[in-house]
Design a protein around this ligand. Structure first.
Ligand SMILES: NC(=O)C[C@H](N)C(=O)O
Length: 334
């Protein structure tokens, strides 16, 4: 018999479809997310015991569309506490897929350890034919227990692929290959019980960031304004009136500003609201002084971060400074 595995991996369960159940084996929509507890998730995959000594903790039991800043702070503190323990070698977080990329990037910015942190979800509930949760969980534990994953930043695995937190995104409402890193590229594969890495991000993460959430109970309010034909300033003005400290402008194309929106953005900036220009297309660079004179308007650009990830970085940036030049530096660093 094989020797017992030596790596200790803690699975932090938060809910999602990976813990979901449906009425029949062919129910792949209209199921209920976040019904199955962590112990049952672990029991369903006895193979986990071959790759790590696994412990489970139920941190939340929610569908990930209900993830909040407060959930993130609670989760990140728990991750940092566990990783500081010598008897924890890696962490797996089971999570709904809708906001999985956001939680992954948040943790990538605030986890203070080189030990592996792997987020995993499923596109089908556990009751479905060919449910993807069990193999995804197995791969996640294998990855979190591996030497190869140390120091790579927060990782995401579904569909036998390894993705990096900064650049991965959910690209499809329902298919198993939904999680992709178009253009910038995924990091590797899991095959034959082994992780294979081919790429790493050049951007700083985890132990190399300047963010510290250990004493925070809330994050500054940052909201996203979407661009589209015929857009007006109503949503933007309402968010600013509601107290937003920062606005992510998810502009059309390369981050263009509609002339009906630009005056309200300029006015918001003059009131002290930080403005970050991002792009709803989700790929490519939003160039400084490209579609707007950012130097004159005192705006920040998101570089290649999509709007939902730009929101996270701006919230964290605002916990350190309200200097737009400093915040621009952070967007080119992380
Ligand atoms: N596939 C999923 O996990 C979707 C679900 N709505 C969630 O994000 O919790």
């Amino acid at each position: 018999a094989d020797a017992a595995p030596t790596a200790h991996v803690t699975i932090l369960a938060t809910g999602g479809t990976i813990a979901g159940s449906g009425a029949t084996s062919t129910t792949t929509v209209g199921y209920t997310a976040a019904t199955v507890g962590v112990d049952r998730l672990i029991q369903a995959v006895p193979e986990l015991a071959k790759v790590a000594q696994v412990k489970g903790e139920q941190v939340f039991q929610i569908a990930s569309e209900n993830m909040t800043n407060e959930h993130w702070l609670t989760l990140a503190k728990r991750v940092n506490t566990l990783l500081a323990q010598p008897d924890v070698d890696g962490i797996v977080i089971t999570h709904g897929t809708d906001t999985l990329e956001e939680t992954a990037f948040f943790l990538d910015m605030v986890v203070k350890s080189n030990k592996p942190v792997v987020l995993v979800g499923a596109m089908r509930p556990g009751t479905a034919l060919s449910a993807d949760g069990p193999i995804n969980l197995y791969n996640a534990v294998l990855l979190a227990a591996s030497k190869e994953a140390i120091g790579k930043g927060v990782l995401v695995t579904l569909n036998d692929q390894i993705q990096g937190a900064r650049d991965v995104t959910k690209t499809n409402t329902s298919t198993l290959d939904s999680f992709k890193t178009p253009e910038l590229g995924m990091l590797g594969y899991i095959q034959g019980n082994k992780p294979y890495f081919y790429h790493v991000s050049t951007r700083k993460h985890t132990v190399d960031t300047e963010f510290d959430i250990s004493k925070l109970d809330s994050l500054p309010q940052v909201d996203i304004v979407y661009g589209y034909a015929n857009v007006g300033p109503v949503a933007l003005n309402a968010l600013v009136a509601a107290g937003a400290k920062g606005i992510i402008h998810a502009g059309v194309g390369d981050g263009s500003l509609a002339s009906k929106v630009a005056p309200s953005l300029t006015a918001a900036r003059k009131q002290g609201v930080l403005i970050v220009r991002s792009a709803r297309v989700g790929q490519g660079i939003v160039a400084r002084n490209g579609e707007a004179n950012d130097d004159a308007l005192d705006f920040v650009v998101s570089d290649t971060l999509n709007p939902q990830k730009a929101r996270i970085l701006l919230m964290l940036a605002l916990t350190k400074t309200s200097d737009s030049k400093e915040i621009q530096r952070m967007f080119y660093t992380y």
